[in-house]
Design a protein around this ligand. Structure first.
Ligand code: 9J3
Ligand code: ZN
Length: 261
């Protein structure tokens, strides 16, 4: 039925902006020795065993470790997802490798991890920062069955993403001088097919490292995007469409979207 994967109470603006959602959460760590094809990490998951949840794997940027994305762990898991922040095999791995590692970690999460029984392996999403965000594009291009992709201030030398079918929310930052939106985020958005559901949000005045700390806009729109596409939960459509303004005094300096969803 259409509502089979809806999780949690009816959302409000406040509930998706909050530091924690309705589900109490737990964590378990995955050692790099147990991991195959990625570097280990931390799984954040709803403590309740009465439901299963979609899975979200998150990759860090160049030279960074999983702790650079840890703020998203409990924040997304408490909304009803099993979230896996990963380390890469080496901190110098490039985006194509990070994409392969996101897929290896998604398989591990759904098939081998201690929480595999809580994960709906057919409802998986990928997120990542910088080269990890470039890896999100690589992963969704390789595996169209992924339900959502969220590249955060993404970096990739490859600008051609016409093969991506997965709904993709790209978040850029107007003061990003490492992965400038004009060379990276907006070019990726434009390169995605017009037939692929997509959205671009550019954080006004924010730097390349905005995704490395608690950020209400990143959390709010990521939650809505994941809920809409991983859970097919149309209760969240109203937070996405019409899209937020990019006008005077908006938090966003550029907004693009293929609404309605
Ligand atoms: O992952 C990133 O922060 C990518 C930006 C970068 O340092 O690219 C230059 C090689
Ligand atoms: Zn299902």
């Amino acid at each position: 039925a259409p509502q089979d994967h809806w999780r949690g109470p009816d959302p409000t603006e406040r509930s998706i902006e909050a530091l924690r959602g309705p589900y109490p959460t737990s964590t378990t760590s995955v050692s790099s020795l147990a991991a195959r094809g990625f570097g280990g990490g931390t799984i954040y998951y709803p403590s309740s065993t009465s439901e299963t949840f979609g899975g979200v794997v998150i990759a860090p940027g160049f030279t960074a470790g999983e702790s650079s994305m840890s703020w998203l762990g409990h924040r997304l898991a408490s909304q009803g997802f099993v979230v896996f922040t990963i380390d890469t095999n080496t901190r110098l791995d490039q985006p194509a490798s990070r994409g392969d590692q996101l897929l290896a970690a998604a398989d591990y999460l759904a098939e081998d991890s201690s929480v595999r029984g809580r994960v709906d392996g057919d409802r998986m999403a990928v997120m990542g920062h910088s080269m990890g965000g470039g890896g999100v594009l690589e992963a969704t291009a390789d595996r169209p069955s992924l339900k959502a992709g969220i590249p955060l201030t993404p970096w990739n030398l490859d600008k051609t993403w016409g093969e991506v079918r997965t709904p993709t929310l790209i978040i850029g930052a107007s003061a990003d001088f490492i992965a400038s939106p004009t060379s990276h985020a907006t070019r990726f958005y434009t390169g995605l097919p017009s037939s692929t559901e997509k959205m671009y949000l550019e954080l006004s005045g924010a730097s390349h490292f905005a995704p490395n700390m608690n950020n209400t806009e990143i959390a709010k729109y990521s939650i809505a995007w994941l809920k809409r596409w991983v859970d097919e939960d149309t209760r969240y459509t109203r937070f996405l469409c019409p899209p937020p303004s990019d006008g005077w005094l908006s938090e966003f300096s550029d907004v693009r979207a293929t609404c309605p969803y």
